[in-house]
Design a binder for this molecule. Structure first.
Ligand SMILES: Cc1cc2nc3c(=O)[nH]c(=O)nc-3n(C[C@H](O)[C@H](O)[C@H](O)COP(=O)(O)O)c2cc1C
Length: 382
């Protein structure tokens, strides 16, 4: 159970929803809406959460679960839990220390943080705020490859050990950035891992928008992944894959990890929930890369289900922003601790003491029960 100071009183939080409610009260309405908003109807956003409810856990009993170990090795780093932070933009809208606070919170929980190219603080300042932390960088390639190389060099020398490419966003709508006005209001003018010395204007200006449109490479293609593989020794993760075909291609071009993601329901609406897409990707990858998942993870049992279906680690997006808005670095830490405690308990209750005990036989799709005990895959029509 975590304590967050709310005004004068202290509140004990044991669920992520509590952070969500307090964050909604603390954040300006437009920032709250920007962080939460889905694309189009919000079908995929809702589906991410609903889909977790459609899997049932099948615990094993009478095992010695007096000690449960939640540690996991992810992309070569030992973490206290297989739960880490997805890249999300504009943390200074949630807290004045922005990504520096997020990095501190993740490092103090001994887990990893993927810093977004849309961070308001520089890669170097974020690294300095939490020198011992495991950090990866979501890179946005530039039209000028020498600039992309410069970003890679900066990430390498600031101790980032992995590069993430987000592959489900072929177009950026820089003209319609609702966050630019909010940033201006919050006195934040910078995207220092996306712009270079020649940038003009503040984040809300037309010059800035034009600069981004002129310099950011869009769309990126498989050629960019191949280019990246040749130009960095760092581990590479593709985020936003939902099909076996793309997963196989990713393995062919030599990536180290794949994050099954639909951008938290913020890109193509109508795509499946990530937990439903996960097994197909895991099968296609066949152990040749690590597979992760994000989207709708809100409880320890969600984490357990994803691990059982083959994810090596899960990532959270919005919940970290809620923690940040509630209580800065400490709030991020607390959100992660809540998930770790819930995972620890769920593992014990399921008869698992370590990651290798978490197997596919631990979960079954609800259709197994709806249609009689004939179908383990959820695909039969009985
Ligand atoms: C406010 C916000 C900003 C985001 N910015 C990025 C980004 O810069 N790059 C990216 O790859 N994904 C971005 N995402 C998507 C997250 O990385 C992640 O896929 C998603 O939030 C996971 O779903 P969840 O919020 O339900 O945990 C963003 C999500 C939110 C909510």
């Amino acid at each position: 159970m975590c304590s967050v100071s709310c005004c004068a009183s202290r509140v004990s939080f044991s669920r992520l929803e509590d952070f969500e409610s307090l964050a909604q009260k603390r954040l300006p309405k437009d920032v709250w809406e920007y962080y939460g908003y889905p694309s189009c109807s919000g079908f995929t956003l809702q589906e991410n959460k609903r889909a977790f409810q459609r899997y049932r856990l099948l615990p094993r009993v009478l095992r010695d679960v007096s000690s449960v170990d939640t540690t996991a090795t992810v992309l070569g780093s030992r973490l206290d839990m297989p739960v880490a932070l997805s890249p999300t933009a504009h943390h200074s809208l949630a807290h004045p220390d922005g990504e520096k606070a997020t990095a501190k919170g993740a490092a103090s929980a001994n887990t990893a943080y993927v810093v977004s190219s849309f961070a308001n603080h520089s890669l170097e300042d974020i690294a300095q705020a939490a020198p011992g932390g495991v950090r990866w960088f979501y890179l946005i390639p530039q039209n000028d490859p020498s600039r992309t190389k410069e970003l890679l060099r900066r990430a390498e020398s600031a101790g980032y050990s992995g590069i993430w490419l987000t592959v489900d966003q072929p177009r950026f709508q820089f003209q319609q950035r609702p966050e630019s006005k909010m940033e201006s209001a919050a006195g934040v003018m910078r995207l220092p891992n996306l712009t270079f010395e020649d940038v003009r204007g503040d984040a809300s200006s037309q010059e800035f928008t034009t600069y981004l449109s002129d310099n950011v490479k869009q769309p990126i293609t498989w050629e960019d992944v191949i280019w990246l593989r040749k130009n960095t020794q760092l581990k590479i993760v593709l985020k936003g894959i939902l099909t076996a075909e793309d997963a196989e291609e990713a393995v062919r071009v030599g990536v180290d990890g794949i994050c099954v993601s639909n951008h938290g329901g913020r890109q193509l609406d109508g795509v499946p929930a990530t937990i439903d897409a996960l097994p197909e990707v895991v099968r296609a990858v066949d152990g040749k890369a690590e597979v992760y998942l994000d989207g709708g993870v809100r409880t320890g049992t969600d984490v357990l289900k994803a691990l059982a279906l083959g994810a090596r680690c899960v990532f959270i997006g919005r919940p970290a922003l809620w923690g940040l808005a509630c209580n800065g670095a400490e709030g991020v830490h607390q959100v992660l601790e809540v998930l770790k405690d819930q995972l620890n308990l769920a593992m014990a209750q399921a008869g698992c003491t370590q990651m290798s005990d978490i197997k596919p036989s631990l979960v079954v799709h609800e259709s197994y029960y709806l249609h009689g005990h004939h179908c383990h895959t959820g695909t039969c029509n009985n």
